[in-house]
Design a protein around this ligand. Structure first.
Ligand SMILES: C[S@@+](CC[C@H](N)C(=O)[O-])C[C@H]1O[C@@H](n2cnc3c(N)ncnc32)[C@H](O)[C@@H]1O
Length: 323
């Protein structure tokens, strides 16, 4: 839990943290509503959130925005000390008029901005889908495992700084872009779906100023030798939420081994949704003579991920001594 601040709200809102999981800060509801209703805090909220240049250019989903503002206005209404500022009320009324209500889960793609420091001075903006699976792929949104491992890298920056990094199954690209921003020497993000690669390339362009040394390349785990990155040397190979299909794990583990043999370090984050699928990772790594070590998990801090929904482990792979 953190003390209430507009930055805490901003980081969650721009990352589209579900309203039911929103952390408004430490304090009982009376203390929190008194804090957010202070005229100077309302002004700060207006300037730093509604009037923010990123929000204007790369908005979150309209329905999410409406739900967020409903929750915020409810907090302001639950106290009697201060009136709601005219700017905020005007914005809220306009939002209500303009937002088309949709029933069921939202389907449109939208922007999420992931702030990379507590004061919201640096960020990565990703265009992503809100559905778990869309257009037949899971690669069009950012998954919890990648936020989890970004938190790990944030507290262990030496893992990525000045390293050449290859990412497998990058999806929309949050993690690779994070590595680039956090000081990796070079980051190549890969995927096999043309559709995913198009979205990935757009996100790389969107963040090219903050992440100048990030690029993408096609890499299908089944056809590693056809990929232009197969013979490159990387200091670090990463992958998040790429171990969800037991049938493909043996192939993926052979890709890990290919790079381990060439001297890369391999770190992945796996989401355990099904124990049998996860066990397959242990079986395949044993068969290939690969040792698996658990790295410590970091508590949610900069990024927001729902531990109660997805159990994530961060694993470091290395060759057994006999290999
Ligand atoms: C669950 S998504 C994870 C995306 C991203 N790493 C994240 O954590 O947000 C899995 C990704 O792996 C990619 N993928 C699946 N099978 C693959 C294969 N055989 N070769 C290359 N990429 C693959 C998918 O296209 C998708 O982008």
């Amino acid at each position: 839990m953190e003390t209430p601040s507009i930055e805490l709200i901003k980081r969650q809102f721009f990352q589209m943290v579900p309203i039911r999981l929103f952390n408004w800060g430490i304090g009982d509801s009376k203390e929190l509503s008194s804090f957010y209703a202070k005229p100077e805090v309302q002004d700060e909220f207006y300037e730093k959130i509604i009037n923010d240049a990123i929000f204007t250019k790369f908005p979150c989903s309209p329905n999410y925005t409406l739900n967020f503002f409903k929750a915020y206005i409810k907090i302001l209404e639950s106290q009697q000390e201060n009136e709601i500022s005219e700017n905020i009320l005007e914005y809220y009324l306009q939002l209500m008029m303009e937002t088309k209500r949709v029933s069921g889960p939202p389907t449109e793609a939208c922007f999420k901005t992931y702030y990379l420091d507590e004061n919201c001075n640096s960020w990565i903006t990703i265009k992503e889908d809100q559905r778990l699976i869309s257009q037949g792929t899971t690669g069009l949104r950012t998954w919890e495992a990648s936020l989890n491992i970004a938190e790990y890298f944030k507290s262990h920056p030496e893992t990525i700084q000045n390293k050449s990094v290859l990412e497998l199954g990058s999806g929309v690209g949050f993690l690779g872009l994070y590595c680039s921003h956090a000081g990796a020497k070079q980051v190549i993000m890969t995927d096999y779906s043309e559709h995913v690669l198009t979205g990935l390339e757009n996100n790389i362009r969107l963040n090219c100023q903050q992440c100048p040394n990030a690029s993408s390349s096609r890499l299908s785990w089944e056809d590693l030798e056809e990929s232009e990155v197969a013979n490159h040397q990387f200091d670090l190979v990463i992958g998040t939420d790429v171990t969800y299909d037991a049938a493909i794990i043996p192939v993926l583990v052979r890709v890990f081994k290919h790079f381990l043999v060439r001297g890369s370090e391999v770190i992945l984050a796996a989401t355990i949704r099904n124990q049998q699928t996860f066990d397959q990772l242990g079986i395949s790594t044993d068969e290939e003579g690969i040792k698996v070590e658990n790295l410590p998990l970091c508590q949610e801090g900069q990024f927001f991920y729902r531990e109660e929904i997805a159990q994530v482990v961060i694993l470091k792979l290395s060759l057994e001594a006999s290999q």
